[in-house]
Design a protein around this ligand. Structure first.
Ligand code: IVH
Length: 701
């Protein structure tokens, strides 16, 4: 193979792997393999310096450290875009365009508005010769060395180099066609940005080193592009997306913006997705909403959509107004961050007594909705933000994301602004507030004495995944509580006795009372899982409720369970076990359970034990076991539904390690997988009712 063919092959491979790594974020080879390919290319290049290819990835690294960037005047000024924010401004834009082009058919090309930095690239004879930032639009900074390090930015336009053709097996007509597409001079405009995956990786690495992280991908891209040392830029995951041809000699025979992007694509530029051409305001609006809906799934940040008149002839006819084209406009998304003031903090009491601080804000329009309350999560968050009454804060809300306070501006803090502190008593029942050591949440100690906790407890009990009582909505619960008819969940089943009082309530009428009472009656026939879940025991979600029901089979057995027995239930740790134990010891709860049963709440006894609690889990056995063989242990696991596998992976649920366990044990440890000794394994089997002797008989080693 001639050196040049070898070089071309290596370049092609390195380009593919760069794309997989930077654009797709799915590396196909290890870093070491990549380095090996890279060094092979480098050594070929040092042997044959005359043959060095313009698009060699070795040319992307290196370059000298600059003292400063030179200023470059743009041949064609880099304009900015006017902004619109809503449908009526969109209609105005469309009307202005149509007024200037009477009787003409208008088509709009729609593109993503990428949130990075505008850069202009100049290619002479297909070779990248200059890259300049937007600057003030008239002149910018020469960042050519840095731009060269951007992996997906073509250093050489496709089809230009004779050397490329020599190495290509493509037919000469194809090569000629490609060749003819590459102009003598081409200036391309586009956006340099940092894809989100790369941004997150960069920040993770910075965090691990204890360094400062970047606020957002845009800032990270800007900081990376403006490094005087190109080696630093090279280490950052930047990408370039082309969106316009600023000038070309000779002019291509292209009629529209859409076609010019397709041409750029053929020349080797990466283009943003979601391009389309439409012909009405309605279709623009539809596309705008569709993009907004998928915004979070895109690999990079965008801040809106750019609307361009598709016909280049019409673009010329429309021309410019001051520094903005009349033929294009940015249709921005609603701002995702806005400033407002903190008026106060309310403490909300949850079902298990947790006190959650909720910030009351001067209402502010952000992310397309008006926000006036924002959760602050816990007292730790308040301290972290050092937020005080009257503070100016940044509120952030993206798409469907829950709004949050992102930043406090101490610069605007009023004099003597009061700090926020944890209340000492519950705002609802005045019971003392406690904050157990090591916990993030403060709690009202009032338990079911606290009306707020009672309401939450009842809400939880009637929820769909619990007793599923339709019709007993929040309003009813509050009203019935006000009448003293609903103090515990057991009272629900006595509401029928107060039928007349209910009919007078909230003007709901006889029909809905009838429906409600029927739903209550229906709910009496339930399952043990639903009942346990509905009790709202701390730490007991749906899954744990099911595991408890499966393990103990009856409510009485759960109530009688000791701590030791509780921790044997899968997913129940020491702390949850204590919560469960305490719940069933509390006289109030015992009484409520008795009342529920007395009122006729019932559930079927589980069918004969089909107890396969390890279903879906993958287990690995390693080392020598003293009391039975690995096969026998495997049979025990399988009888509980587990799969027994020969190798440890991230999917492994647990590893049973006997004497002289080796590499599998090491791997499990490094992956943080649960490891059981033989004794722990026996305990676990017994806790699930496995009779070990049954598995020893009849099995020979
Ligand atoms: S076209 C004369 N297309 O938006 C038209 N700009 O506010 C020039 N931008 O500085 C721009 N995505 O940084 C265009 N698809 C896109 C864009 C885009 C992002 C940025 C660009 C420009 C700014 C204008």
């Amino acid at each position: 193979m001639t050196p040049i063919v070898q070089m071309r092959q290596l370049i092609k491979l390195l380009q593919q792997h760069n794309h997989a790594y930077y654009a797709l974020d799915t590396p196909l080879i290890s870093d070491a393999e990549y380095d090996d390919l890279f060094h092979r290319l480098k050594s070929l290049e040092s042997d044959y310096p005359d043959l060095i290819q313009h698009d060699s990835p070795t040319r992307r690294v290196g370059g000298e450290v600059l003292a400063q960037f030179d200023s470059v005047v743009h041949d064609v000024p880099m304009l900015s875009l006017g902004n619109i924010f809503n449908e009526s401004e969109l209609q105005d834009f469309d009307r202005r365009v149509r007024e200037r082009l009477p009787g003409q058919e208008i088509r709009y090309e729609l593109e993503l508005k990428l949130d990075g930095l505008a850069v202009s690239l100049r290619y002479e004879e297909g070779v990248l010769v200059q890259a300049v930032t937007r600057g003030d639009g008239e002149s910018g900074e020469n960042i050519t060395q840095n731009a060269r390090t951007i992996r997906n930015l073509p250093l050489l336009l496709e089809g230009r180099s004779d050397q490329t053709d020599a190495a290509n097996s493509e037919s000469s007509t194809e090569a000629t066609k490609k060749f003819s597409e590459v102009p003598e001079l081409l200036e391309v405009r586009g956006e340099v940005l940092m894809p989100r995956s790369g941004f997150e990786r960069l920040n993770r690495e910075a965090e691990a080193r204890g360094e400062k992280t970047f606020v957002n991908p845009r800032n990270a891209a800007a900081g990376s592009l403006r490094q005087l040392d190109p080696q630093l830029t090279a280490a950052r995951p930047l990408a370039f997306y082309a969106y316009a041809v600023a000038q070309s000699r000779p002019q291509p025979t292209i009629q529209s913006q859409y076609e010019s992007l397709e041409w750029l694509g053929r020349l080797g530029f990466e283009l943003a997705e979601q391009r389309t051409v439409v012909d009405s305001v309605e279709a623009i609006q539809q596309h705008y909403l569709a993009i907004q809906a998928i915004r979070a799934t895109l690999p990079y940040d965008i801040d809106g959509m750019v609307i361009k008149i598709n016909s280049l002839r019409q673009q010329q006819q429309l021309g410019f107004m001051s520094r903005e084209p009349r033929w294009a406009v940015a249709y921005k998304f609603p701002a995702q961050a806005a400033l407002t003031q903190l008026e106060g903090v309310d403490w909300q009491v949850g079902r298990t007594g947790t006190l959650t601080p909720v910030a009351r804000l001067v209402p502010v329009f952000v992310g397309g909705v008006t926000v006036s309350n924002v959760t602050l999560h816990n007292i730790g968050e308040i301290r972290r933000l050092d937020i005080r009454l009257g503070d100016t804060v940044s509120v952030f809300r993206a798409g469907d994301v829950i709004p949050k306070i992102e930043k406090v501006w101490p610069e605007f803090r009023p004099a003597n602004a009061a700090s926020l502190s944890l209340p000492t008593v519950c705002p609802v029942c005045q019971s003392p507030v406690v904050m157990p050591e090591g916990e993030a949440m403060a709690r009202c100690s009032g338990g079911l004495f606290c009306p707020a906790q009672r309401i939450e407890a009842i809400r939880h009990f009637v929820a769909r995944k619990a007793l599923d009582i339709e019709g007993l909505g929040d309003k009813w619960v509050e009203a019935l509580q006000g009448l003293g008819l609903l103090n515990t969940v057991a009272d629900i089943f006595h509401l029928a006795e107060h039928r007349d009082q209910l009919i007078g309530l909230e003007k709901l009428g006889e029909k809905s009372v009838q429906n409600l009472l029927a739903a209550i009656e229906n709910s009496k026939s339930t399952t043990l899982t639903r009942l346990i879940f509905g009790l709202g025991i701390r730490g007991v979600g749906e899954t744990t409720a099911r595991l408890l029901a499966e393990h103990f089979q009856t409510l009485e057995a759960v109530q009688a369970a000791t701590l030791d027995q509780l921790v044997k239930v899968p997913e129940v740790g020491q702390i949850t076990a204590e919560w469960i134990y305490d719940f069933f010891q509390a006289p109030h709860n015992i009484e409520v359970l008795e009342k529920l049963k007395a009122a006729g709440v019932h559930w079927p006894l589980p069918a004969a034990r089909a107890h396969q609690p390890l279903t879906g889990e993958s287990w690995v056995l390693t080392g020598t076991l003293a009391q039975f063989s690995r096969e026998q242990a495997g049979m025990m696991l399988q009888s509980l539904g587990a799969r027994v596998s020969g190798s440890v992976s991230a999917k492994t649920k647990a590893v049973v390690a006997g004497e002289k366990a080796g590499s599998k044990l090491d791997k499990a440890q490094s992956l943080g997988i649960r490891i059981l000794s033989e004794a722990e394994f026996i305990d676990l089997m017994e806790s699930h009712g496995v009779v070990i002797a049954d598995f020893l008989d009849g099995f020979s080693e």
